[in-house]
Structures are given as C-alpha cells and as structure tokens.
Design a protein around this ligand. Structure first.
Ligand code: SAH
Length: 209
C-alpha cells in the first residue's frame, strides 16, 4: 500500500528541481498539506502526481507545481491577510494557510456544493479557521478587507475591480488573465489604485464565472 506522506515527500522533491520553485517555506507547506484528503476518493491514487484533477462541478484542483509557483510569487508571510477567489476543494487555501495562518485566509467560491465540501475538508485537516463564503468572487469579500495579498484560481479577462480595491496599496494581486490564452499576471497595487504588472508565463485555468 502506498504511504501518502512518503508519496508527498517524493513529489515535493521532484518539484524542488523545477524552475521557479525555490522557496523552502512553500515546499514545506506542500509537504505538510495532505492533498489526498482534498481530492475525491476515486482520484486519491493520483493525489501525488503533479497534475490537475477533477473535483466536481466541472472544476479542477490545480497541479501542485502551479500552487507552488503562485504561493512563491505572492511572497506570503505569516500574518498576511489573504483573499482567494475560487476555493474549489480547499487545497490551495490550505497551502496558503500553512504560510500565513488559517485565520488570515478568506476564500470565495461560486458553487455552494464545493464551498461546503471545502469547509468540511479544511476542518477535518486542521485548517478550520480558513473562512469560506459562497458567492461571486468578482465582488471580492469586502468585510475582511484590506488584504495584503489577493489571488484568483480561475481565469479572468482582467483583475476584478473589487478585488483590486480590497487589496491594500503596496499589496500584491495574482491571477491567470485572459480569455482562452491565459497568462499568470502578478501586480502590485499602487496608492492610486493602478497596477504595476509583471507577466509570468502561459497557464491554463478554468474560467471565472
Ligand atoms: N483553488 C482550487 C482550484 C479551484 S478551480 C483548489 O485548490 O481546489 C477554480 C474554482 O473557481 C472553481 O472551484 C470554480 O467554481 C471557482 N469559480 C469560478 N468562478 C468563480 C467566481 N466568479 N467566484 C468565485 N469562485 C469562482
């Protein structure tokens, strides 16, 4: 029988040799969060393969390397308040929680069925202090703003205006941007609300609704 912790450590070792994944705190977070607990039972045997997997509602959990790249680009520090759009199964939120503290993570999910399942999984794996709300992520989550960091795990034509407004000046926003052809874009929010953007390569995410 396979041992999830050993399979996870082997996956993290393979990720460590990849370009753009060099933050040991991020790698430690991936080594800690039990990805197999977040994927549907029938897919568990593939939880420690570096690929996306279906999680229901025609959505997918991102591949581990993509979660690692995004967490690295966000330069997450303990205590940072983070907004996530697209909770999905809750895995990426758990990785973020490892880096900043679960009580600082606020995640919005469009599908109520996924939001509920994510809440249950997060609670069962020790990340019950992550807050999950069902709703349209284009509106962000104003109640807990301002955020130090905000990111989308679904592709949008442009950064949603509310998400940018709810991120503090000097804070970072990160998202797959584009219709069809997408690029991972990281931007620093300036005091006047405008964005200082950097592009980080082509990606494939499900579209924002
Ligand atoms: N981070 C997730 C991956 C989610 S896939 C994980 O670790 O599993 C993208 C998610 O974005 C899907 O769950 C999808 O339902 C959600 N989504 C799509 N459009 C949205 C919107 N407008 N607001 C909030 N969530 C949205």
């Amino acid at each position: 029988m396979s041992d999830p912790a050993r399979d996870r450590a082997a996956l993290v070792d393979r990720l460590r040799s990849r370009e753009r994944i060099d933050d040991e705190r991020v790698l430690d977070a991936l080594e800690t969060v039990p990805r197999h607990e977040f994927v549907p039972e029938a897919r568990r045997h593939r939880a420690y393969v570096d690929s996306p997997l279906p999680i229901g509602e025609e959505q997918t959990i991102s591949a581990p390397h993509m979660v690692a790249i995004m967490a690295t680009l966000l330069e997450l520090q303990p205590g940072d308040r983070v907004l996530e759009i697209g909770t999905g199964c809750g895995y990426h939120a758990a990785v973020t929680a490892e880096l900043v503290g679960a009580e600082h993570v606020f995640s919005v999910e469009y599908h109520d069925s996924l939001a509920q399942a994510a809440r249950e999984r997060l609670a069962a794996t020790g990340y019950g202090d992550v807050s999950v709300r069902t709703g349209d992520g284009k509106q962000g989550w104003a109640d807990h703003a301002p955020y130090d960091r905000s990111y989308l795990t679904c592709a949008a034509p442009e950064f949603p205006r509310a998400v940018v407004e709810q991120t503090r000046p000097g804070g970072l926003v990160l998202a797959p941007i584009g219709n069809g052809r997408q690029r991972l874009v990281r931007a620093r929010r300036r005091a006047d609300g405008s964005l200082d953007r950097e592009t980080h390569g082509g990606v494939r995410f499900v579209p924002l609704k």
